[in-house]
Structure formats: structure tokens, C-alpha cells
Unconditional design. Sequence first.
Length: 202
Amino acid sequence: MAHWSGNGSVIRGASGSLDIDDEGMGVPVYSAVLYAGLPGEILRRLKFNGEKYLASAAADLILRYSRYVPGPGETIVPVPAGRKRKRERGYNQAALIAGKLSTRTGADMCLPLARDDSPSQVGLSTSQRRKNVEGVFHLRRGRQVPGEGTIWLLDDVATTFSTIHSAAMVLLEGGAGKVLGLTLAYRRKTADSIIRTGLSRN
């Protein structure tokens, strides 16, 4: 599955090439599976139950089911959590998955982004979600964005792609040459597909 980060629309013909570009549409985001069944359970337990060891299973699912994955000479950048969320949870699940994926693929891992705290995305419309994450990402002091090679911006799950889009724009403005999004799961924008725990932030 592939979607444009700018508006969440499906990328037609995405199975054939990574070299897809359409000005104003954002960056391509590749999702390995739908948020359902076993992948959904893995993410719920990783995200809300503190079962950090499941980051390995998440990385393995990405490698098994995603048509495109990072490789040597490329860089994985996990979408950061806000300070409040990371303090509550004790970790950032996207960073855990990114670390496992880096080890398995030989891609580098870099942490150039920081995220300001913002209200939860749960219950918001697509336009509200996009507005909610505007300006929340920025480069960490003293950190530089790799200017060569593909940067894979990794998150656990995406619904409207607003979070990845906002973070990707900061990387591009910071000097990244090429940014692609990657998530384990895509969650359809339906009432029964939203995690209603008060903790979802994508």
C-alpha cells in the first residue's frame, strides 16, 4: 500500500517504482499491512502494554510484507514522540522498531527530529489532524539531516498521514535530498478502526 503524505490519497501504480514525484502531494508513504488482526494486536501491545520486545516482530513484519524497505547507504529516521507522551510510556515505539529494522537491513539510524507536545489526534477530522501537527516537529539542536541517500521516515501506524507529512517537510527543509515514509500498518479512516484509548497520536 502506498499513499501520498500530503492528502492521504492512494498512489496509483506504486508497485513498480520508488521514483514517484508529484509536486504538492508530499512524499510517498509505504505501509506493509492493514491495521487489523495480528499486526494490530502487536502494535496495541507494543504501544500501550509496555511489551517492547514486540518491536522485533513489528520490524520482521515490515521486512516480510513491505515491497520496499531501507538498505545499506540509506537512513531510517523514526517519527519522534512528544516529551509528555514519551515520559508517560517510557519509550518511543517508532524508535524501537527503527532500531530493529536498522540492525536487520544495514541502514543507518538517525535521530535529528524533536516533537513538541500537542493534543491527541483521537476523534479529530482529517483537516483537524493536519492542523494539530503543524509546526510540532523541528530539528534537534546541533543535529543535521543527512543530505545524501534516501531517508526513510518511520512510524508504527498511519491513518491520515498528517504526522508523517509534517515531519517529512521538516527533513526536506533541513536539507534532505529524498524522503520516503514507511509504516508497519495503515489504519483506514473508519469509526471502528481508531484506537479509542486516548493515547493514539498519528
